[in-house]
Design a protein around this ligand. Structure first.
Ligand SMILES: [Zn+2]
Length: 390
């Protein structure tokens, strides 16, 4: 039976109509929920059918698998209702304002169903996609959280993107490489053939310092109380604050990466594969900060990928080996250094990069970002090459 036939069958037995004035006893929808809009009723029935089906198939799979544990439980009612047309009206006339302000929902007051206005917040990207015909809209879901109610709209769009293997054959391919760091969150370089078309440094705007400061506070609190006071109220707030700062930064950086990609249609976005780093050494606050920074990189990577893909730009990952140690000009092994008191000193995390072969000196993160292009095309394999005119 098709879902629609099932729906018709279920309605036949549960809804009183002129032709069938008496549905099953105890199953009378019209009696139990008077004046419920039929769209809500259908949504509820459809939902129940979906749940029953999924339970049945899970259960039969489980029986076939012969396992004794993991018996699927009976479905519950903890789902978020989907609001189909007829139960929601989004007032998108902005009346000269930047965002839509209200949503009208048909709600049950305990006695009757009526339309109510709820103020909403949304952002301009969401608004932009609503106006864009290329984005297909789906019915929203109502998600009730602890402190807020949210409407989740699914927006989809067909995206055509070339396979990376095909793109690689194009000699005029533009590659956008992103090196993720701590101080400059992202160093973006755009390259075509052997020309660097554009470079862009996205700074963290003091995020790392701020995070470190907050984490230091948390760590010292935990130390004072002698145990990780996880559920302590102020700590929770601090963590939430840190998480929000990170989220914001990730969105901001991903947006600037996507903006660069948008200027070069058909380009390929190149990231280095994120290393799994287990922070060790240093104080507790320092270790926690490292961990945070790594999570932040993961978030930026993820967001940038999604945003770029919406533009039809595919993402490639390269082997992270050696990108910061080799010269982006000649491929020889170089060293990182920085100037301290006007003297050049070699340090592992120096800001500058110097090549002993071609005497090229540059900003270290920029050098690493340029190396990603070589890595993507498989040009160097990072065995120190001694000579290559450059
Ligand atoms: Zn060199």
């Amino acid at each position: 039976m098709s879902p629609n036939e099932l729906l018709a069958w279920a309605e036949f037995f549960t809804v009183a109509t002129k032709e069938h004035p008496s549905p099953w006893k105890g199953w009378n929808f019209s009696e139990r929920f008077p004046q419920m809009p039929f769209v809500y009723r259908r949504a509820a029935i459809k939902d129940a059918i979906g749940k029953a089906r999924s339970y049945l198939s899970h259960h039969s799979n489980w029986e076939k698998s012969g396992k004794t544990r993991g018996k699927p439980g009976l479905p519950g009612a903890a789902n978020h209702p989907t609001l189909y047309e007829g139960t929601i009206e989004l007032d998108l006339s902005r009346n000269g304002k930047e965002h839509a302000r209200f949503v009208r929902l048909k709600v049950y007051t305990g006695a009757t169903w009526q339309w109510c206005n709820y103020p909403i917040k949304n952002n301009r990207y969401f608004q932009g996609r609503l106006d864009d015909l290329a984005w297909e809209k789906h019915s929203p879901k109502l998600v009730l959280g602890k402190t807020a109610a949210e409407l989740h709209f699914v927006q989809t769009r067909e995206i055509s993107a070339k396979k990376i293997v095909e793109s690689k054959l194009d000699p005029d391919l533009v590659t956008v490489a992103v090196d993720l760091n701590v101080k400059f969150l992202a160093v973006i370089t755009v390259k075509q053939r052997d020309r660097v078309l554009e470079s862009c440094f996205v700074s963290d705007q003091g995020l790392d310092q701020a995070c470190y400061k907050h984490l230091k506070r948390i760590a010292s609190k935990q130390w004072q109380s002698g145990k990780p006071a996880k559920d302590e109220h102020s700590n929770q707030q601090l963590w939430r604050h840190i998480r929000r700062m990170n989220d914001n930064a990730a969105h901001r950086v991903a947006r600037s990466i996507a903006n660069v990609c948008a200027r070069y249609p058909g380009c390929v976005l190149v990231f280095e594969r994120l290393r799994k780093i287990r922070p060790k050494g240093g104080s507790k606050s320092r270790r926690m900060n490292r961990k945070q920074a790594n999570q932040l990189r993961g978030k930026i990577n993820q967001r940038a990928r999604e945003k770029a893909y919406a533009l039809g730009v595919v993402t490639a990952e390269t082997n992270p080996h050696g990108t910061s140690q080799y010269c982006s000009r000649c491929g020889a092994k170089g060293e990182r250094f920085s100037y301290q008191d006007g003297k050049r000193t070699t340090v592992k995390w120096g800001k500058l990069f110097g090549c002993p072969v071609c005497h090229y000196q540059t900003q270290a993160d920029w050098n690493a970002s340029l190396n990603l292009h070589h890595s993507f095309f498989g040009k160097y394999h990072w065995q120190p090459r001694l000579k290559r005119s450059g």
